[in-house]
Design a protein around this ligand. Structure first.
Ligand code: NAD
Length: 516
């Protein structure tokens, strides 16, 4: 079994950056081996309050520092992140048990997020004129004021990229951040944060706290001027309810049961290769992972044969190099959840085409990538998110049937359509009820498009991250309008009587020239 390559001094040094005064720790384990990775310091609710107080002070100067300063700092952080690739990939793998390639995907995503927000903040958020209600008499300006200090709550599954995807636009927009990192992802957040601090982000501006979801999570939610939550729909709903008590805004990036439609004009082998990555990357512990495949009957046999063969050819194991295709589940709880879903399905008549069992010879939480057919609505994995390497394949007779089945879900996070014709693929994509739809790719086409919004419909979330929409979450639009002094607006009956003629003319003229 392969233990972490991380130096214990490096880990202790990173742990030191957590905002805590409790002296308490919790043991975090390595998914590859089940051995202890480190003793993570734990924060108290008072630590969270202190972190907010310090971040609020730091935020005042950060907001005043201006777009150009923040852009320069963030672009320096971009380069530092890339320069620390080896360390960051080791940390991500040590915490998550994913492969080197999938850890690299996180770093690549981070670079895109930092670059985009550093460069887009000013064009999106600079002050601008808006059309005045009464031309020449009134002049109207829109300014964006940072929200203040944003509470960011992040999960363990993509600790590096999801760890910073909300933090960076919040900072770029002039806010401070208090982040509650999941225990299993805290080191990745801390290692990334170091790059930002060394690049010039004030340490107190971005605090990291840890601790149990309910206690520390609640303190982060109630102290915030805006909350970004990434995690399960159950927890996200609780966070939104708590935030609503203070009328605090939230964005929620939640779960999915993401469908893939395989149309009858695909090259079955190419479609199968892409589908395998979309289902089993990071062992399916990915919010946008595919868990349902609807394949048209004409290509079903060829697709399924290629899909199963490709799944069986995946190299699974624990390695801090590029030699594996899939890694392990992250914890005993994740293993138990996957086993529960598969055993339930098999007990109720599902067929296992491949996988369906743990692989303890590789490590304590390894599970074989699993393909199921004959899955029915009575089974847990039919509609619930498994969040593991388990996909159900359904054969359909028409595109309409596939679209109907794809949309018959309480979730609507991400989806994919594979077709030999990109025009046809795009046409079908427009019929899917999801925040993101990929054509001829499982999830990376949309996930990597940082200029475009990402988020879910239905139970998959509220609000959007990425793109201008993602930046605009972190500011209050403030309208400032002044009279120009060219004309005095009527105040008395007599003044109105004198001016209504010209005012009627004005509104008709504005409509005639189509001025909004
Ligand atoms: P989770 O909801 O259990 O935990 C997420 C985070 O919330 C953790 O840091 C946890 O400690 C914290 N938390 C728990 N209770 C809390 C509370 N009451 N108040 C505040 N914070 C609390 O989710 P998880 O198991 O860590 O992550 C897996 C889930 O996240 C899956 O459903 C997955 O689909 C979803 N997810 C969604 C996205 C997305 O972008 N849409 C991305 C990754 C994961």
């Amino acid at each position: 079994m392969t233990g972490t390559p991380l130096d214990s001094e490096i880990i202790a040094d990173l742990d030191h950056d957590i905002s805590t005064s409790t002296g308490s720790t919790v043991t975090v384990f390595q998914p590859y081996t089940g051995e202890a990775l480190h003793e993570l310091p734990v924060s108290s609710a008072d630590d969270v309050d202190r972190a907010y107080a310090r971040a609020r002070l730091a935020q005042l100067a950060w907001a005043r520092s201006g777009f150009a300063h923040r852009r320069a700092v963030l672009l320096r952080a971009h380069d530092l992140l890339l320069a620390r690739e080896e360390l960051l990939l080791d940390v991500v793998q040590s915490e998550t048990g994913k492969t080197r390639g999938q850890a690299f995907e996180e770093l690549f995503q981070c670079a895109g997020v930092v670059r985009y927000n550093a460069l887009a903040a000013r064009p999106v958020l600079r002050a601008r004129r808006r059309r005045a209600g009464i031309p020449t008499v009134v002049s109207t300006q829109l300014r964006y004021r940072p929200k203040g200090v944003v509470g960011v709550i992040t999960p363990w599954n993509y600790p590096l990229s999801l760890g910073i995807m909300d933090v960076v636009p919040a900072l770029a927009a002039g806010n401070g951040v208090v982040q509650k990192a999941d225990e299993q992802g805290a080191l990745s957040v801390l290692a990334a944060r170091r790059a930002f601090i060394e690049a010039g982000v004030p340490a107190e501006l971005w605090a990291v706290v840890t601790g149990d979801g309910d206690g520390i999570g609640n303190a982060v939610t109630t102290g915030a001027d805006y909350v970004c939550f990434t995690g399960s729909t159950t927890t996200g709903t609780k966070v939104a309810a708590l935030a609503a008590q203070n009328l605090t805004g939230v964005s929620l990036e939640l779960g999915g049961k993401n469908p893939l439609l395989v149309l009858d004009d695909v090259d079955p082998r190419e479609a199968a290769a892409n589908a395998v990555y979309a289902c089993f990357s990071s062992m399916g512990q990915l919010c946008v992972s595919i868990e349902r495949i609807y394949v048209q009957r004409r290509v079903a046999d060829a697709f399924l044969a290629a899909f199963v063969a490709k799944t069986q050819s995946l190299v699974q194991g624990a390695a801090y190099d590029w030699s594996t295709d899939v890694g392990t589940l992250v914890s005993p709880a994740q293993l138990a959840r996957v086993e529960r879903h598969v055993d339930d399905a098999v007990g109720k008549g599902a067929t296992v085409l491949t996988g369906g069992e743990a692989r303890p010879e590789l490590g304590p939480y390894f599970y074989a990538p699993t393909v199921l057919t004959d899955v029915t609505p009575s089974m847990l994995c039919f509609a619930q998110e498994t969040f593991g390497p388990v996909v159900s394949v359904y054969v359909v007779d028409s595109v309409d049937e596939a679209v109907r089945a794809a949309n018959a879900s309480e979730f609507g996070l991400s989806a994919a359509v594979f077709s030999g014709s990109s025009v046809r693929g795009m046409r079908v994509a427009r019929q899917i009820e999801a925040g993101s739809v990929n054509v001829n790719e499982g999830y990376r086409a949309t996930f990597s498009s940082i200029d475009a919004p990402m988020g879910g419909v239905k139970q998959s979330g509220l609000g959007r991250r990425n793109g201008p929409e993602g930046l605009l979450r972190f500011v209050e639009p403030v309208t400032i309008a002044r009279t120009t002094g060219l004309l005095t607006l009527p105040r008395t009956g007599a003044e109105f009587q004198a001016m209504t003629g010209i005012m009627r003319l004005l509104v008709r003229a504005l409509k005639a020239v189509r001025r909004r």
